[in-house]
Design a protein around this ligand. Structure first.
Ligand code: ARG
Length: 575
């Protein structure tokens, strides 16, 4: 394990055990980057309280037990331990990282089964920008968990069932299957829905047909089911086009829409009623998880069967959570869904715990996705007030990227490839680089900028390193050092690179891709400093220094590439 934060944590914990007894061996040493040293450990202050001793005295006792440490330790202020690592240690750790195919990144043991519910657009409407973020954030989390050795089960909980399908199928029959399929494949789901809706509201005959159709659909009538499949297959073909353009890892095998749970709903309700977890209230079957009250201070119900016998969103989610725990054997379930559904998920999780369907050994987390805003600070819309189509938005990003690089003299094919990587990368990175629950302003100019914490800046940083290797006629894989740290910028870069493992572990544990973004950005800036101050290929640089610097370049390249790949951001060879 090369990561200094992890190494230091272990070392300080061993020192704690030696100094104060083994019961302190797993206290968190609180290692943080420091402006006065490489790191500081703040554990002495919290421990002093428990031991009723002076913090500085505690810090000195820890220091005394760190004598075989590959660096220097100083006690400062009220009891901080300032830790500076030896260059020789950093050098050899960086070299080890370079020779390790996993870049020193460990795997989680024991591996967990992580179910990730993400994307989940609604078939009755067009996939809109709100689904963009859940798709992108969820996909990055899936990649990260897989990279760390967990078993990932992707679940695309499509909205593909419910009462609107009565009118959608009738409208499909009205305009003819062929026309309907063409429209849906083209991503005109919203228009399709609106046309059906207009008829439903204004045409009593249509309304009646739609109502009857809901019943035949729910009873599983083969003809109706066939029509439903015609509708869904066309819709899914459109979703897949978006996924392909985005480069997300979702496939048809990950589809687990609401319809999948349809046959389980009756038993879901029966079982919950039989166990006493669910009770009838005003004719509806409800769960009353503890701790939820409405504005009137009355317990808040999670309705799993309406008084007319119908099932809704909550019924499906109760069936889904049981399936994920019981059948998929999840250890951890992540719901990457809009933050406006926070109450729904808190209630579903609490209800599932209450029913005994979500044991304490399994965690369920709502990874809240903040709303996408326009530049005016309001919900993102087109000028005419409709929500914008995802495909159009992605195409615009690609077009703008193409314009930004048009003067660089690439041939048409290369130009297209780079524009795609930069445009899609920019949209994805902009979504990922702010905390997932914050509202987020869609701003093409900012996300496509070549400076600052943006995809183009990072893509450019890695392309520039590749060009160093091309110019030097060296294969990055052959740049194996040894690494010898001379200039401060070299040392700072190497130390930064060693933090990759921690960055991945933290990002994954907390479901916060923006932490990985911050790490990659800090790596790219450390590289920029290094590159400005430390010539690599210039004449007069002695061979050992050149070899060492090329090794640092190679390590940086792999960290950037791997990091961007785990975010799902494409990396163009040249830029
Ligand atoms: N289709 C829903 C929406 O667009 C999201 C589904 C999220 N997953 C779930 N298990 N409820 O709002």
């Amino acid at each position: 394990m090369t990561d200094p934060q992890i190494v230091l944590t272990e070392r300080v914990q061993q020192a704690l055990a030696r100094a104060f007894g083994s019961e302190h061996a797993d206290a968190d040493p609180l290692i943080r980057p420091s402006q006065f040293a490489d790191f500081q450990a703040n554990v002495a202050m919290s421990l002093a309280k428990r031991l009723r001793r002076a913090p500085r005295e505690v810090a000195e006792a820890i220091k005394a037990e760190l004598s075989d440490f590959p660096g220097t330790v100083e006690v400062s202020g009220p009891g901080f331990l300032n830790i500076t690592l030896d260059d020789s240690w950093i050098q050899s750790e960086a070299r080890q990282m370079l020779t390790d195919p996993r870049l020193g990144v460990g795997t989680i043991t024991p591996a967990q089964t992580v179910v990730i519910d993400y994307s989940a657009p609604n078939a009755a409407k067009e996939m809109h920008v709100g689904h963009l973020r859940t798709t992108i954030v969820g996909d990055s989390l899936a990649r990260l968990h897989e990279h760390l050795g967990n078993t990932v089960i992707r679940q695309n909980h499509l909205g593909d069932w419910g009462t609107p399908f009565g009118m959608l199928i009738e409208h499909l029959l009205d305009i003819g299957e062929e026309a309907a399929v063409a429209q849906l494949e083209a991503g005109l789901g919203t228009e399709f829905y609106q046309a059906a809706r207009t008829k439903f509201d204004g045409d009593d005959d249509f309304k009646l047909r739609a109502r009857v159709r809901v019943t035949t659909l729910q009873s599983g009538d083969p003809d109706t089911m066939r029509l439903w499949h015609v509708f869904m297959d066309a819709t899914i073909r459109y979703f897949n086009k978006v996924y392909e353009l985005l480069g997300v890892t979702l496939t048809d095998a990950d589809l687990a829409g609401e319809s999948m749970y349809n046959t389980m709903l009756e038993k879901t309700c029966d079982d919950l009623e039989a166990s006493g977890a669910a009770v009838l209230s005003e004719g509806a079957l409800c769960l009353f998880p503890p701790g939820f009250t409405g504005s009137d201070d009355k317990p808040l119900p999670l309705i799993i069967r309406k008084s007319d016998g119908g099932y809704g969103y909550a019924s499906t989610d109760m069936a889904a959570i049981r399936y994920r725990v019981h059948d998929l054997k999840a250890d951890r379930i992540l719901y990457v869904v809009g933050s406006e559904q926070a109450l729904h998920f808190r209630m579903v999780f609490a209800a599932a715990r209450m029913a005994g369907w979500l044991p304490d050994t399994v965690t369920a987390e709502h990874v809240q996705i903040g709303m996408m805003l326009g530049k005016d600070g309001r919900r993102f819309k087109t000028r005419s007030g409709e929500s914008i189509k995802l495909m159009d938005l992605l195409q615009e990003a690609i077009d703008r990227a193409a314009a930004a690089i048009s003067d660089r003299g690439y041939d048409a094919e290369m130009q297209k490839e780079i524009a795609h990587a930069v445009g899609i990368g920019a949209v994805k990175y902009a979504d990922l680089s702010v905390s997932h629950d914050s509202e987020y302003v869609l701003d093409f100019d900012r996300m496509l900028g070549f400076t600052g914490n943006t995809a183009p800046y990072l893509q450019y940083a890695q392309a520039r390193i590749r060009s160093i290797f091309r110019k030097g006629g060296v294969d990055p894989a052959a740049a194996t050092g040894p690494i010898v740290l001379g200039a401060p910028a070299e040392r700072a870069l190497a130390l930064q690179l060693l933090g990759f493992g921690s960055a991945l572990a933290q990002t994954t544990a907390d479901s916060e891709p923006h932490r990985l973004c911050a790490f990659i950005y800090a790596t790219a800036t450390a590289f920029t400093d290094f590159f400005e101050q430390c010539p690599v290929l210039k004449e007069g640089v002695d061979p050992d220094t050149r070899a060492s610097r090329l090794a640092l370049c190679a390590l940086t390249l792999r960290v950037l590439e791997t990091g961007l790949d785990l975010l799902g951001v494409p990396v163009p060879e040249r830029m």
